[in-house]
Design a protein around this ligand. Structure first.
Ligand code: HEM
Length: 451
C-alpha cells in the first residue's frame, strides 16, 4: 500500500494548563494536583535539564537529560533500586513480585517469566488478541456512543485473564475490575499520605476503598493459585508456580506466586487499556489519519511481526505513548553517592523519572506538544535517543510486557479500525488524570460508525 509522505495537519491534543512558575510545595497535596500526576507542571519544567528539590525531608531529583537517565537505568543501575517507600506502599497488593523486588529475588523472577514474553511467544497470541477485539466489537451498534475507555479496559482484562491465567472467570468479573481501579486510585492517594508521614492511616474514603479492593484482589488470586496445586498447570501462571516451587521452600513459593499473579494481573492490562484509549482519542481528532490507518490494516494479515506489517499504526502507538505515557512516572532511590551530569546524588535521594515531562521536553523534541506520528518513522525515528523516549522504562528493568502490549494494541486497533470509524462528540473536553496510570478524566465517549 502507499505510504504517506505528507505532513500531519498541526494538532495539539489536550494537556493540563501550565502556569509560568511552579506553585508552593503544598499545592501538590490539594485539589486537582492531588488527583493527577500530570497537572500543575510549570512551563519551566519542560526546559530545565534537571530538577532537584527538598520535599518534607526527602531530596528528590528529576533528571531530564538522556545521559543521566541512561546512568540511572542502565550504566549504574545497581546503585538505583526501587525506593523503600514505594515497595512498602505496593506490598499489600503485589508483595515482592517482579515489579517490586530487587537483587537476586528480582533476577530469579525475571528469568522465570522471560520465556513467556519473547517475540515468538507473544506473536503466537495474536489470534487471541484479535478474537477478543472481535468479541467486543460484536456488541456495538452503528451510531451509538460508547465509553471507549471502559471498552478498552474490558477487552484487555479478558485478554490478560485468557493469556496468563487460563481464562479464570474470577478475573473477568465487574467486581475484579472495580477493585483494580480502586486499588490504583488508592495507591496514588497513599503515596501522598506516606510522604506526609501518615503511612498507616486510612485517612480518607479513597484509601479505605483501596484497602478493601487490595484484600479482595489478593484473596481472589490466592484462591486461584491454591486451586492450581503444586504443579500449577501448563499456562503462564502454572509455569510460574512450578518454577517458584523448584527454587523456594513451599510457603515462600506460594507467597511469591500470589505476588506475581497480582503483579501481572494489575500491570498487564490497565496500562494497555490506557494506550488504546489515548490512541482512539487522538484518532477521533484526526479522521484523515484514522482513515489511512484503516486502509493499512485492511490490507494486512494479522500474524507474525505486526510492527513491521503495520508501520503507520505502530508509529501512532509510539506517538500516543510519547504524549500520554500510561506510566507517567516511576522512581528509584540511590543506594550510594553518584553524580548525574552536574548534579551530586547523595545516598537515599529519590530519583523520580518522568516520561510525562521528558517526552514533551523542549530541548529534546520538535514541537513537543504536537501529535505527529511521522517523527517515529524512517531516519527521524532512528535518531531518537534510547533514553529520551522511555514509555516502558529502560535498562534491565524495562517492562517485560512491552512487546506483549504493543502487539496486543496493534492487533486490537487493526481489527477495530478495519470495520469501524470512531468519531469525537462535539464540544467535548478531554483531560489526562491519574496518579499511577494516565487516563482521560470521565472516560472517553466516542460514536462508533461502520466503515
Ligand atoms: C502500554 C503498556 C505498558 C506500559 C506503558 C508499561 C510501562 C512499564 C514501565 C515504565 C515499567 C518500568 C517501571 C520501572 O522501571 O520502575 C514497567 C515494568 C513492568 N511491566 Fe509494564 N507496561 C505496559 C504493559 C505491561 C504488560 C502488558 C505487562 C504484563 C503482561 C507488564 C508487566 C510489567 C512488569 C512485570 C514490570 C516489572 C519488570 C521488572 O521490574 O523486571 N507491563 N512497565
Amino acid at each position: 500500500m502507499s505510504r504517506p509522505a505528507q505532513a500531519q495537519p498541526p494538532f495539539v491534543p489536550a494537556h493540563p494548563p501550565r502556569p509560568e512558575k511552579r506553585g508552593p510545595f503544598w499545592s501538590g497535596f490539594i485539589g486537582e494536583r492531588a488527583k493527577s500526576a500530570v497537572s500543575g507542571w510549570s512551563e519551566r519544567a519542560f526546559v530545565e535539564p534537571h530538577i532537584k528539590r527538598r520535599l518534607l525531608g526527602w531530596t528528590v531529583q528529576m533528571p531530564f537529560e538522556p545521559a543521566s537517565l541512561k546512568r540511572v537505568l542502565l550504566d549504574n543501575q545497581s546503585n538505583y533500586p526501587k525506593p523503600d517507600i514505594v515497595k512498602k506502599l505496593l506490598a499489600p497488593l503485589i508483595g515482592k513480585g517482579l515489579l517490586s523486588s530487587d537483587g537476586t529475588l528480582w533476577r530469579d523472577q525475571r528469568k522465570i517469566v522471560a520465556a513467556s514474553f519473547t517475540p515468538p511467544a507473544v506473536d503466537a497470541r495474536i489470534d487471541q488478541f484479535t478474537a477478543a477485539a472481535r468479541d467486543t466489537a460484536a456488541q456495538w451498534r452503528a451510531g451509538e456512543t460508547i465509553d471507549m475507555s471502559s471498552v478498552a479496559t474490558g477487552t484487555t482484562m479478558a485478554i490478560i485473564a485468557d493469556a496468563l491465567f487460563g481464562g479464570d472467570p474470577s478475573l473477568k468479573t465487574p467486581e475484579a475490575r472495580a477493585a483494580i481501579e480502586d486499588a490504583l486510585v488508592a495507591a496514588g492517594a497513599v503515596r501522598l499520605s506516606a510522604v506526609l508521614g501518615l503511612p498507616t492511616l486510612a485517612w480518607n474514603g479513597k484509601i479505605r476503598r483501596g484497602r478493601r479492593a487490595q484484600r479482595f484482589l489478593r484473596h481472589t488470586l490466592a484462591d486461584l493459585v491454591r486451586a492450581r496445586g503444586p504443579d500449577g498447570g501448563d499456562d503462564f501462571i502454572g509455569g510460574v508456580i512450578g518454577e517458584l516451587r523448584e527454587r523456594y521452600e513451599p510457603g515462600e513459593a506460594l507467597a511469591l506466586a500470589v505476588d506475581n499473579a497480582a503483579t501481572f494481573y494489575v500491570a498487564g492490562h490497565e496500562t494497555t487499556a490506557n494506550l488504546l484509549t489515548w490512541a482512539l482519542y487522538l484518532l477521533s481528532e484526526q479522521p484523515d489519519w484514522q482513515a489511512m490507518l484503516a486502509e493499512e490494516a485492511r490490507g494486512t494479515a494479522l500474524d507474525g511481526d505486526l510492527s513491521a506489517k503495520l508501520p503507520l499504526l505502530r508509529a501512532t502507538l509510539d506517538e500516543t505513548l510519547r504524549l500520554y505515557p500510561s506510566v507517567p512516572r516511576f522512581d528509584r532511590q540511590a543506594a550510594g553517592e553518584d553524580r548525574l551530569g552536574e548534579y551530586d546524588v547523595a545516598t537515599g535521594d529519590i530519583i523520580s523519572i518522568w516520561p510525562w515531562v521528558l517526552h514533551r521536553h523542549r530541548a529534546l523534541w520538535d514541537e513537543p506538544d504536537r501529535f505527529d506520528p511521522t517523527r517515529f518513522l524512517g531516519a527521524r525515528g532512528k535518531a531518537i535517543d534510547r533514553f529520551e523516549y522511555i514509555p516502558f522504562g529502560g535498562g534491565p528493568r524495562t517492562c517485560v510486557g512491552a512487546r506483549f502490549s504493543i502487539t496486543e494494541a496493534l492487533a486490537i486497533l487493526a481489527t477495530w479500525l478495519t470495520g469501524w470509524r470512531f468519531e469525537a462528540l462535539p464540544d467535548r473536553s478531554v483531560m489526562p488524570t491519574g496518579m499511577v496510570t494516565l487516563r482521560p478524566e470521565g472516560g472517553l465517549p466516542l460514536t462508533v460508525m461502520r466503515r
